[in-house]
Design a protein around this ligand. Structure first.
Ligand code: GRF
Length: 203
């Protein structure tokens, strides 16, 4: 099975997937990594792992639709079974989401449905929540709103800051993303309009 990973930055989640693949914990292969930021460090991680790394700068396109059209073309060339968003900081057009519906996962740094969107750690701290974490979900047209397939939870302590929380959540992301990707590759995860199942059971 073929995986395409989309990134915009450091790509530490990409690295977790590369490591999982290396240790035979993924029954699939990352065939390409695409970044909208040409300087993303994740592209170097891809090259170091002998994975095709593609820079597709959004600034070179006039509209979101034109960019997503170009992105679809590049993705289709790799004939993926799964698209993995790993810190891809772009809002996707409905056309793009529809094209890959049911075969695109994202990881988000909050316990969804809490804290969709940006600055999740600061918002969680400001609210004084006791629990925080991260979620893997299917991507639908609603930003960070698709069905959740796996979450990791952690306790927020009184001396946590945005930076400490960010680090703790990141470490959890690196644990759960490869697991959720593996479930998908094994055919255990299924998306049907606005819900997800695992091994045929609602999640
Ligand atoms: C992660 O925090 C993820 O939850 C969010 O973007 C960040 C990506 O980090 N969607 P990295 O590039 O994988 O290190």
């Amino acid at each position: 099975r073929r995986i395409v990973v989309l990134i915009s930055g450091s790509g530490s989640n990409l690295q977790a997937l590369i490591d999982a693949q290396r240790h035979d914990r993924l029954c699939g292969e990352i065939v390409a990594v695409i970044s909208n930021e040409p300087d993303a460090y994740g592209l170097k991680r891809a090259l170091e792992a002998d994975i095709e790394a593609v820079a597709l700068p959004h600034r070179e396109y006039d509209s979101r639709d034109a960019y997503d059209g170009a992105l679809i073309k590049v993705i289709d060339r790799h004939e993926p079974d799964l698209i993995v968003l790993a810190g891809f900081m772009r809002i996707l057009t409905p056309r793009f989401v529809q094209r890959f519906l049911g075969k695109m996962l994202n990881i988000h740094p909050s316990l969804l449905p809490a804290y969709q969107g940006l600055n999740t750690h600061a918002r969680a701290l400001a609210d004084g929540v006791k629990q925080h974490g991260c979620s893997v979900h299917f991507v639908t047209e609603e930003l960070d709103g698709g069905p959740v397939v796996l979450q990791a939870e952690l306790n927020v302590s009184s001396d946590d800051t945005v930076d400490t929380l960010k680090e703790k959540v990141h470490a959890r992301e690196h644990l759960i993303y490869p697991i959720a990707v593996q479930w998908f590759l094994q055919g255990r995860l299924k998306y049907s309009t606005e819900s997800a199942t695992m091994d045929g059971h609602p999640l």
